[in-house]
Design a protein. Structure first.
Length: 107
């Protein structure tokens, strides 16, 4: 599966939860996060998306993740649809098993 599919699913789920998942590009910071999710209640998550098989978080990305966590930021590395569901179930317990019946795309 491609990283793009995971990213599409993540963005759909964030929107369904009432949030936004902004694409992030940085011209000056190598290895910056792929998405910045802003969720209801003010929850902000820096998100790194990787393909399920072979998607590796590089050393410089791990360092950035650690630094942001030290500052109190929430950082998530997403590799699967299940990772997305788990992350978003924390704000919408009814969705812990996936998106509303019949709306989830296949993995």
């Amino acid at each position: 599966m491609l990283e793009r599919k995971i990213e599409e699913y993540f963005c759909q789920r964030v929107a369904m939860a009432g949030g936004v998942a902004e694409k992030v590009t940085s011209l000056s910071a190598r290895g910056f996060f792929d998405r910045l999710a802003v969720l209801p209640g003010g929850r902000v998550i820096f998100v790194e998306l990787k393909r399920p098989k072979g998607g590796v978080v590089a050393a410089h990305q791990r360092e950035r993740h650690a630094r942001y966590r030290e500052l109190g930021a929430e950082v998530a590395v997403i590799k699967t649809f299940a990772d997305v569901d788990r992350l978003l179930s924390l704000i919408d317990p009814a969705s812990a098993a996936g998106v509303q019946k019949g709306t989830r795309s296949s993995q």
